[in-house]
Every structure is written in structure tokens, then in C-alpha cells.
Design a binder for this molecule. Structure first.
Ligand SMILES: O=C(O)c1ccccc1NCC(=O)[C@H](O)[C@H](O)COP(=O)(O)O
Length: 214
């Protein structure tokens, strides 16, 4: 198994941060999206971020944010990256990257081959891409739905001009296969490390990391 970096997303308690660090996460994500069971306030995110050990990147996940929202988050929360998980067009991604001077990861939702065309549009304006399952029509959030997409869509893709992460329904049982099929060297997940919606579980984080290591 190659070395694969893990991002655990949607942490909301200090013990989640400790568990993520202990499991070997290289990124942790804080979700700013009111309809999500993982939603955190700016103050909560700040407290959590201050608990994150050096060397683990702190990522703020936002959905079609306006400048006022981002101004507040960036001013209050010590961050290493912004994750844009809405329908932000490439120009807005570039604008956010320039305005805040933070690396930006743009999420791209995939359900079919044509969705991959977005990779070429966003790679020039983002520092990383997050290739995630496309939001189902009836879902009330654009990510974190615990659903996979057809990984074979990425199988033949050799050239990526920016680093990328694979996401969408990854679990301790399927991640080795997902990495094998797609060639991903970074993975992101949320649902499979929860014991209930929004409640992270230390044992599941550990088991997921072990599945990638062993
Ligand atoms: O997790 C959320 O609640 C969420 C809400 C709004 C936008 C994005 C959201 N999550 C995005 C992530 O980065 C998830 O980790 C990613 O979609 C994978 O989630 P899962 O399929 O649950 O592992």
C-alpha cells in the first residue's frame, strides 16, 4: 500500500481532534454549513483549531461563502486551507485564494465521466482538488453523504497538475480498493468515522487508518 494522507472532516469536539491526531490524520476539516449535523460556529472552530497539533492542516469547509463570512472565519480561526464545497465558479475560487492568501481546495462532484471536465477548469485556480461524489438531487447538503461514485472514472487518469484527494463514501472496508483503482494518494471522509450523524468515533478513525497502513 502506498503512503496515503488522510483528511478527517466534520470534527466538532476536542476529543475528535485528539483522536484524529492519534490516528495519523494529515488534515482535519471543520464544516461551516448550517444544515449539516457537523456544523460548527466560528468560536467552536477557533477552539478546535487551537487544539490541533503542529503538522496537521486545519481546513475550513464552506459552501458558496460571501466575503463577510470568510472574513470572520479567517480572522478568528487559525487555518491552513479553505475548502470550497459549493458551486463557486473558477473566478470566485481565484478571488478567494487571492483575497485570503490561503491555499484553496475546490470540491468537484462526480457522478459521470462528463463531470470530470471540471478538473481542467478548476486546476489552474486551486491549490488542490477534492474529487467527491456529486450531491444526489434529494440531499440537503453537497457533501458528507456517505455515498461512493464509480471510481473507475478516475482509473485511467495519469496527469494531475495539482494535488487531489478522493472522497465520497470511503470506509475502512473499501478504501484500499478505492486507492488501488484511482491511484489516490490523499483521501477524505466523514460519515464512516461517525457513530451517529455528526458524532465522530475514535475507534473508527483508528480502524480506517489501519486499513490504509496494513
Ligand atoms: O460533511 C458535511 O456535512 C458537508 C456539508 C456541506 C458540504 C460538504 C460537506 N462535507 C464534505 C466533505 O469534505 C466530506 O468529508 C466528503 O464529502 C466525504 O464525506 P463522506 O461521504 O461522508 O465520507
Amino acid at each position: 500500500m502506498p503512503d496515503v494522507s488522510i483528511k478527517f472532516c466534520g470534527l466538532s469536539r476536542a476529543e475528535d481532534v485528539s483522536a484524529a491526531a492519534e490516528a495519523g490524520a494529515r488534515y482535519v476539516g471543520f464544516v461551516f454549513f448550517e444544515k449539516s449535523p457537523r456544523n460548527v460556529s466560528v468560536a467552536q472552530a477557533r477552539d478546535l483549531a487551537l487544539e490541533v497539533p503542529m503538522g496537521i492542516a486545519k481546513v475550513a469547509l464552506v459552501v458558496n461563502p460571501d466575503d463577510a463570512t470568510l472574513d470572520e472565519i479567517v480572522a478568528q480561526v487559525p487555518l491552513d486551507m479553505l475548502q470550497l464545497h459549493g458551486s463557486e465558479p473558477p473566478g470566485r475560487v481565484a478571488e478567494i485564494r487571492a483575497r485570503y492568501g490561503l491555499p484553496v481546495m475546490k470540491a468537484i462532484g462526480v457522478a459521470e465521466a462528463s463531470d470530470l471536465e471540471a478538473i481542467d477548469r478548476y486546476a489552474p485556480v486551486a491549490d488542490q482538488l477534492l474529487i467527491d461524489t456529486k450531491k444526489p438531487k434529494d440531499a440537503d447538503r453537497p457533501g458528507g453523504n456517505g455515498l461512493t461514485f464509480d471510481w473507475r472514472l478516475l482509473a485511467g487518469r495519469k496527469y494531475w497538475t495539482v494535488p487531489w484527494m478522493l472522497a465520497g463514501g470511503l470506509t475502512q472496508d473499501n478504501v484500499a480498493e478505492a486507492v488501488r483503482v484511482t491511484g489516490a494518494r490523499q483521501v477524505d471522509l466523514s460519515s464512516a468515522i461517525e457513530s451517529a450523524p455528526g458524532v465522530k468515533d475514535a475507534a473508527r478513525m483508528k480502524a480506517f487508518a489501519a486499513a490504509l497502513r496494513d
